[in-house]
Design a protein around this ligand. Structure first.
Ligand code: C5P
Length: 231
């Protein structure tokens, strides 16, 4: 494999049928697939198994956040499925993350630092008097202490997160060209990879594209360009 930065498609489609049809069209270009709560609640384990049987690595993005015992039970229930990765919220604290690590088996556990949809105003509303940068640093360090396998952060937060912890980074909030939606802290694929992202997570720019194969190819090309900026 040429280098380490890779594209994960966020399969945020409305039904399992639409998701499988998207993979029929583009699956050969996209080995890494992210499934969120919408599809998981509909298709359950059967859908995950179907996607894995097609040769994809599946990342289940459930962003668990609860008391340690409850999170550990959730992780244990998923640990035997053959999933590639699962997410939990780092703000759940070190004991919660450690409890999850004890149950994860072969699956990778990635910690969400701060949601990429939160801008400064929204952050301030729910975390008054606490700068986002400090929270990013503290959460990244806590995840490393708990021995998680990676961190999820916005492309704009890569510098802060990579200074605080040496875990691999998984980066949503990627926008190839300007578009208005619920993502606040975004960057282009080239920029994110050049800044050190190990994996990029891209949903709507891929799945809602008019020409879906071309959209995937263009982002893959931008990733290659970003990698060449690193060296
Ligand atoms: O469509 P879009 O490219 O915005 O999709 C980004 C995906 O990454 C969504 O599935 C979202 O749930 C996920 N995600 C995120 N921000 C995080 C963690 C995950 O946008 N901090």
């Amino acid at each position: 494999m040429k280098n380490t930065s890779k594209l994960i498609v966020a399969l945020d489609l409305s039904t399992p049928e639409e998701a499988l049809s998207y993979l029929d069209e583009t699956g050969d270009l996209l080995p890494f697939v992210k499934i969120g709560p919408g599809l998981f609640f509909q298709g359950g384990k059967a859908l995950l198994k179907e996607i894995m049987a097609r040769g994809h690595r599946v990342f289940l993005d459930l962003k668990l956040h609860d008391i340690p015992n409850t999170v550990a039970l959730g992780v244990r229930a998923l640990s035997e499925l053959g999933l590639w990765a699962l997410t939990l919220h780092t703000c759940g604290g070190v004991p919660m993350m450690e409890a999850a690590v004890r149950e994860k088996g072969e699956m990778l556990l990635w910690g969400v630092t701060v949601l990429t949809s939160l801008d400064d105003a929204q952050w301030g509303e729910v975390h008054p008097l606490s700068p986002m940068d400090k929270a990013l640093e503290a959460r990244a360090r806590a995840a490393e202490r708990a021995c998680l396998d990676g961190l999820v952060c916005s492309p704009r937060d890569l510098g802060t997160v990579r200074r605080a912890a040496s875990l691999m980074t998984v980066v949503p909030g990627i926008r190839p060209s300007c578009r208005g939606d619920d993502q606040a802290r975004t960057a282009g694929p080239r920029e994110a990879v050049a800044a050190g992202a190990d994996y990029l997570v891209v949903g709507r720019p891929l799945i809602l594209a008019h020409d879906r194969r071309r959209a995937a190819q263009e982002i893959l090309m931008e990733i290659e360009e970003g990698l060449s900026c690193r060296s």
